[in-house]
Design a protein around this ligand. Structure first.
Ligand code: PLP
Ligand code: COI
Length: 341
């Protein structure tokens, strides 16, 4: 298989259309067999549930080329089960978890020429998504659905890659206490668009959202969870029922404890204590581990001691170990790596 001629090392986080994608449809209570198709267009009725009441959920994962030339993906079983949770919360039929993994494998295999080479710093972003497709005008769930997966080769999510970013404490809330913050629903991202445009206009890379009820506790950003490193080398990460249960964060907690011999605390994190941490970072599939150098809270600057020029040393160790596992340089815990071809 010949790789595409792309400038792999200079890719941003954007959409590059590839030749193949996966599609399966749900009708009369059953999912179709599912197949690879070349058609990137989705044509739906004007009244489709997804257009009227935003009935759509999605996932984000990556495929990598390992040093010895295999194509692998990372913990797809967790994306399959999180997508099932998302679907249940939005009254959508679950796309069976085994079928999800098989669909990911088929889609990546069909696009193997687009999986960036080892060492390029790029990866193949995989976007499974699902939507209500039949006409719905009274507020109720659709009866028919489409599940699709497309892929796109990507570089770093934040410009500058491993350079620390500055973020702001948002005046907007991302998720309500009993809302949908813990699932990956398109609606969570739609309502974050105004906040991210505002943050970008003010020169910030992202928003730090606080808990909507008390506005005193750290939740997450628009597209990643937080990790913090204490001055005595503990990993602290916010616990909340209204943040997305990040697979990267769960993996980093394991890596910190079992590979780096660190203590790990998943607990409520007060905004007021952030100034006492030694390092801060964002974690997610797209963000990987992105260092945060500065957090601005309405004119008050919280400058992390790790600074704005380089990733802090502990964040770097976490980053190196996690990406080493994902790219096959470091032995992975049982079941974390799914070989595709
Ligand atoms: N939080 C939000 C809001 C996200 O969109 C993402 C990205 O998927 C994450 C956290 C990180 O989750 P994961 O590590 O599973 O990609
Ligand atoms: C991901 O990390 O996969 C996401 O879905 C986050 C998004 C901001 C790209």
């Amino acid at each position: 298989m010949e790789k595409k001629q792309l400038d792999w090392s200079n890719l941003g986080f954007g959409y590059i259309q590839t030749e193949k994608r996966y599609v399966s449809t749900y009708k009369d209570g059953a999912w179709s067999e599912g197949m690879i198709t070349e058609d990137p267009m989705v044509t739906l009725n004007e009244c489709a549930g997804v257009f009227q009441y935003a009935q759509t959920v999605f996932e984000g994962m990556k495929a990598y080329t390992t040093e010895d030339g295999r194509i692998v993906t990372f913990r797809p079983d967790l994306n399959a089960s999180r997508m099932a949770d998302s679907a249940r919360r939005l009254e959508m039929p679950v796309f069976p978890e085994e079928k999800f993994i098989d669909a990911v494998v088929q889609t990546v295999k069909a696009n193997a020429a687009y999986v960036p080479p080892f060492g390029s710093g790029a990866s193949l972003y995989i976007r499974p998504y699902m939507m209500g497709t039949n006409p719905v005008i009274g507020v109720k769930p659709a009866d028919e659905y489409m599940f699709r997966i497309f892929v796109t080769p990507v570089g770093p999510y934040f410009k500058g890659g491993a350079k620390p970013i500055a973020i702001k404490v948002s005046d907007f809330d991302r998720a309500a206490p009993n809302g949908t913050g813990h699932i990956k629903a398109g609606l969570n991202y739609a309502m974050s668009l105004h906040a991210i445009v505002t943050a970008h206009e003010e020169g910030f890379a992202e928003n730090m959202y606080l808990d909507a009820k008390t506005r005193t506790k750290v939740e997450e950003t628009g597209g990643a969870n937080f990790i913090f490193i204490t001055k005595d080398n503990k990993l602290v990460t916010p616990k909340s029922s209204s943040i997305l249960p990040s697979i990267t964060r769960r993996s980093l907690m394991y890596v910190a404890e079992h590979y780096l011999d660190m203590k790990v605390e998943e607990r409520e994190v007060e905004l007021a204590e952030v100034k006492d941490f030694a390092e801060a970072g964002l974690c997610g599939t797209a963000a990987v581990v992105s260092p945060v150098g500065k957090i601005v809270d309405h004119g008050t600057e919280i400058c992390l001691p790790s600074g704005m020029s380089e990733m802090g040393p502990v964040t770097k160790k976490l980053y190196d170990t996690l990406t080493g596992i994902q790219m096959g340089r470091i032995k992975a815990p049982e079941g974390w790596i799914k070989e595709i071809c």
